[in-house]
Write a protein that binds this ligand. Structure first.
Ligand code: SF4
Length: 429
């Protein structure tokens, strides 16, 4: 019996109990929210990890993308990124490997990862086509075999992948809608552009949409969460919230309903690049059109002109999205749009998104979210530096920074030194 079936039968599973305890909410809330499709529990039935609940009224979670590319494919480096991401607070990791032996990479990541792992099976499914057709010629797209895509999905689910991105809502109709308008960036989703290219070249419907029932049967077997991808997400601010994006979102809402009826857990992926004043409306639209399903946003990035600092543009959008009700933030690193992230980029990206998630949790009133800030303020007031480090999202950095300038008075820090207002405050109490 999977999580939805248990929830419908009024059974509170061990996974629901664990999630309730780690969130500080009643187990009954997790059960009923799973039943309604408002919360998902990410944990493949064959994996020995702690389950992770994502959804309504729960702490906003953070995902870190790692994985090789055609230009950089060292498993040692990707494993270092994995350990760094988890140590820095990532709640889940997606293996987006596209270069080297991606099957072995995934197995190594699954073996070494203590948190839920997600993938985009389309990447592996297109590999044979790319290898035989030549990666530098778009003609390789013609060699894609939809049957092989389902084989890949089945194998990944059996191996223990906890959630998969599947671009089921990118239909011929949605592509037609996109072509009726002018987009600056077209399709920027990697999986979205691969499947759309095949659909256009072959004039065929998306196999993930056409054979959605088959996909649901595969996901249901191991209780794999479907992350319904937004293949038509905007790739720049001026493409945000356009007809194509919303047309796909409407389809995703219909597919979410079908999945729930079949006992498959679903979350919905969202943009991308969005002006700050449209972030909240994007969250509200998803909640309304997709029946309250958990919303998993990439960023969103609130400006296009900060390459090298996109972890910051992402954190600004992520905080507003989380505050408005987004449930899961996909990090963006400073290397976004420039190169594959390094280990230190991964750390910077995770910390930036953790800040956004926490700020959002305070705004939306998540249970006890403000407690950590109150604790930090008390420790600041009492000038207890060790405790301040303990409360920090990045204790290592906080400790190193304070120690990097010599102090005349080790009670204070070098920012105000003898003019330390906290010390002065203490003197007149
Ligand atoms: S020196 Fe200034 S910044 Fe440092 S603890 Fe005192 S008031 Fe705060």
């Amino acid at each position: 019996m999977n999580q939805i079936e248990a929830a419908i039968n009024n059974i509170i599973t061990d996974e629901m109990k664990y999630c309730a305890e780690s969130e500080g909410v009643p187990p009954e809330k997790i059960r009923s929210d799973v039943m309604n499709g408002w919360t998902v529990i990410t944990k493949n039935a064959v994996r020995d990890i702690k389950p992770l609940a994502i959804g309504k009224g729960l702490k906003t979670k953070v995902n870190a993308n790692i994985g090789s590319s055609g230009d950089s494919c060292s498993i040692e480096e990707e494993l270092e990124k994995l350990f760094t991401a988890v140590k820095s607070g990532a709640d889940a990791v997606m293996d987006l490997s596209t270069g080297g032996n991606i099957v072995e990479f995934r197995r190594d990541i699954l073996k070494n990862c203590a948190v839920p792992v997600g993938t985009v099976p389309l990447y592996e499914a297109f590999r044979p086509a790319m290898e035989t057709g030549g990666a530098n010629d778009a003609g390789f797209i013609d060699k894609f075999d939809p049957e092989y895509l389902f084989e890949v999905i089945e194998r990944q689910c059996e191996e223990g992948v906890d959630f998969i991105t599947v671009h089921c809502g990118l239909t011929l109709k949605a592509l037609k809608t996109m072509n009726l308008q002018t987009r600056v960036m077209g399709i920027v989703s990697r999986g979205g552009s691969l499947i759309a290219s095949w659909m256009i070249r072959k004039n065929r419907e998306n196999p993930l949409y056409e054979n959605y029932g088959r996909l649901l049967d595969i996901a249901k077997k191991n209780d794999v969460v479907l992350s319904l991808g937004d293949g038509l997400r905007p790739g720049c601010l001026c493409d945000a919230t356009d007809r194509a994006q919303i047309s796909e979102l409407i389809t995703l809402g219909e597919l979410q309903k079908t999945a729930l009826e079949k006992g498959v857990q679903v979350m919905i992926e969202g943009p991308g690049h969005v002006p700050l004043n449209q972030v909240e409306v994007n969250v509200k639209l998803e909640k309304s059109l997709c029946n309250g399903a958990p919303f998993y946003v990439l960023g969103p990035l609130v400006t296009d002109i900060a390459p090298g600092y996109d972890h910051i543009t992402c954190a600004i959008g992520g905080a507003v999205a989380a505050g408005a009700g987004a449930d899961f933030l996909c990090y963006v690193t400073p290397a976004e749009h420039l190169r594959l992230p390094s280990v230190s980029d991964v750390k910077d990206g995770v910390i930036a998104s953790k800040i956004a998630a926490h700020a959002g949790d305070i705004a939306k009133g998540v249970n006890k979210a403000l407690d950590a800030d109150i604790e930090m303020s008390r420790n600041r007031r009492s000038m207890n530096w060790e405790k301040q480090y303990e409360c920090s999202l990045d204790p290592e950095k906080a400790r190193e920074m304070r120690a990097s300038l010599p102090l005349k008075d080790d009670k204070v820090c070098s920012m105000c030194s003898s003019y330390c207002s906290i010390k002065l405050n203490a003197s007149f109490k």
